[in-house]
Design a protein around this ligand. Structure first.
Ligand code: BG6
Ligand code: MG
Length: 223
């Protein structure tokens, strides 16, 4: 097989493979309403890619009040219970456009594929949308100490795949995720809005705009 500039593709889950951002928002909104904290879709943008506890801190800051660690733990637990209720009802119909096609295309060309997600609910979601078999490995929020923009999640994934970081491509919908990819020494493809994902090496609207062939040509385009 011909040598490629990349050997593996690592996919963020929320917002790249499935649109779970809307469920995260609804669950956070319920908590914010309960605590009388003003919270809209605009503030929600800052939570993308950010861990559960860090997201809670961002929301609680909007209240201007102080909360104890045990109150915070209780709030995070409540939000997660509501979020899991939404996620438990998910079906394969919620897989975002182009995801299955791209994963199948990459695998047919011998490229390794992985999930690198901050979410501790990753396995539950993958089970609901029945897509786990298309990934060589799944790294999630239960396996790392530091959240994105720290590169830990992507470095752990590369090491499990036994692929050098510089031969990995990351697909991410969050600013924190693109920063994490770059800190890991990886190529970062933004999935979503060009104006938000300004630091990405390349941006697509969704995975249906990408294929193995297009990826092979990307580095040449950028150089
Ligand atoms: C990320 C999401 O993938 O996972 C964040 O973009 C979320 O919004 C984070 O807070 C943690 O998810 P969970 O499921 O562990 O609460
Ligand atoms: Mg995401």
């Amino acid at each position: 097989m011909q040598t490629m500039w990349f050997d593996a593709c690592i996919f963020d889950l929320d917002g790249v493979i499935v649109d779970t951002a809307k469920y995260h928002f609804l669950a956070w909104k319920r908590l914010a309403d309960m605590l009388d904290i003003p919270f809209s879709e605009k503030e929600n943008e800052k939570l993308k890619g950010v861990s559960r506890l860090a997201s809670l801190e961002i929301i609680l800051e909007l209240s201007g009040k102080k909360y104890t660690d045990s109150e915070k733990a209780k709030f995070a637990e409540m939000k997660n219970t509501w979020y899991v209720e939404f996620v438990s009802r998910m079906t394969p119909s919620e897989i975002l456009p182009g995801a299955i096609e791209l994963l199948t295309d990459l695998k047919s060309h011998g490229i390794k594929t992985a999930i690198g997600s901050a979410s501790k609910n990753t396995l539950l979601i993958l089970e609901k949308i029945r897509i786990k078999d298309l990934f060589d490995t799944v790294t999630d929020g239960n396996m790392v100490k530091s959240a994105k923009p720290d590169p830990e999640i992507f470095l752990v994934t590369a090491s499990i795949l036994n692929v050098k970081p510089e031969k990995c491509i990351v697909f991410e919908d969050s600013v924190a995720g693109i920063k994490a990819a770059h800190k890991a020494g990886m190529y970062g493809i933004g999935v979503g809005n060009k104006e938000i994902l300004i630091e990405a090496d390349y941006v697509i609207n969704d995975l249906s705009e990408m294929s193995f062939l297009k990826l092979t040509a990307l580095k040449t385009i950028n150089q």
